[in-house]
Write a protein that binds this ligand. Sequence first.
Ligand SMILES: Cc1cc2nc3c(=O)[nH]c(=O)nc-3n(C[C@H](O)[C@H](O)[C@H](O)COP(=O)(O)OP(=O)(O)OC[C@H]3O[C@@H](n4cnc5c(N)ncnc54)[C@H](O)[C@@H]3O)c2cc1C
Length: 382
Amino acid sequence: MFELEGEEHAAIRDSLRRLARDCIPAYLAQENSEKFPRELFQKFSAAGLSGMSVDERHGGARLSPTLASAAIEEIAAVNLGPAIFLSVHSMVSGLIEKFANDTQKQLYLPKLARGEWLGAFALTEASAGSDAAGLKTVARKDGSDYILNGDKCWITSGGFADLYLVFAKTDPALGKEGISAFIVDKGDRGLSWGSPEKKMGCELSPISTLQFDDLRLPADRLVGQEGQGYRIALGGLAGGRISIASCAVGLAREALDLAVAHLTERKQFGQSLIEFQGLQFMLADMKIELEASRMLTWRAAHLLETNPSDPKNRLYPSIAKCKATDAAMKITTDAVQLFGGAGYVREYPVERLMRDAKMLQIVEGANQIQRGVIARQLREHS
Ligand SMILES: Cc1cc2nc3c(=O)[nH]c(=O)nc-3n(C[C@H](O)[C@H](O)[C@H](O)COP(=O)(O)OP(=O)(O)OC[C@H]3O[C@@H](n4cnc5c(N)ncnc54)[C@H](O)[C@@H]3O)c2cc1C
């Protein structure tokens, strides 16, 4: 467990840290544009990150869950946007590898793994968020084809992605057992999308609505079997939650580093602020929360790596996601406080970290939903 940072691990982490620090800053100027930074995605793809959840035989360079967590942490420490769109792209690629048939794998995985195509995950709808099984998009059978109608919202990379993994009801009477998963191609007639939403943060990872208007899908776009869609959507949860926890650890780490540097440099009352014990205690608490979050994230990633079929893979990713994202919210808020007025001004980087942290408490199952998952596990195993 505590061997996770072995030499190989540390070397890969170092090279990803350099890559993120070299590549991302040039795109920060476009942070307010809500535009997808395609060239940045291609740079990360060239380093193998677009294929981190895909096997070599399908053109990927699979990273173990602990290494993937370290990679996402390093990227998020520089900027949350690319960490998020890479996480979603990897989840979609991983689900296609796990559930699609061989023809679909050969057709789509090499393009996704090489970063020629960007993947998106389309589950949420205006009336079905936490209660995703209540989705209303329908895929009606027409001969051997399906006709897709409905709307999705808040879709990461919406309008910029090349492939959408879309969840729709093939048999609405069956509830969640009637949900199926489909591959929708950006060029399919009947697909449209809204303008990128103006968000509180995470601007380098745009989100938008999607509309399906009598979109005809041939039968070979169905992933898995009819009615298997909800299981497919849940199939990405453990890895997805660990990714979000890793993003939170990256953000929190950066906020703490910035706070220590600022308090060391800034003088008031004739001494560096870091000399005041009240502020030292705040820094110590931030460090305790950060280390606890990272340990829980590693714990979850390590279990997924060493025993993917262990039922505890339903518990630990939720614990890690809750702890790390709540801690990131607290640590980034404290960092703003420690910067004083400079913390509230866009010229300094900490206010962005605080805005970005808020997103992590909401996505990939809001933290109330995670607490529900944890409580259910306690009840079932008591
Ligand atoms: C930046 C961003 C990117 C996103 N990317 C994607 C994406 O790529 N693909 C996708 O499909 N979706 C995406 N989403 C949607 C996201 O998954 C949902 O916003 C999230 O699941 C919450 O759903 P909701 O917004 O409908 O909130 P609601 O379900 O309306 O919840 C509102 C509040 O009520 C709480 N709540 C709900 N039910 C319960 C309950 N039973 N018990 C206690 N509390 C409860 C929630 O925790 C939350 O605090 C994205 C959202 C954002 C903000």
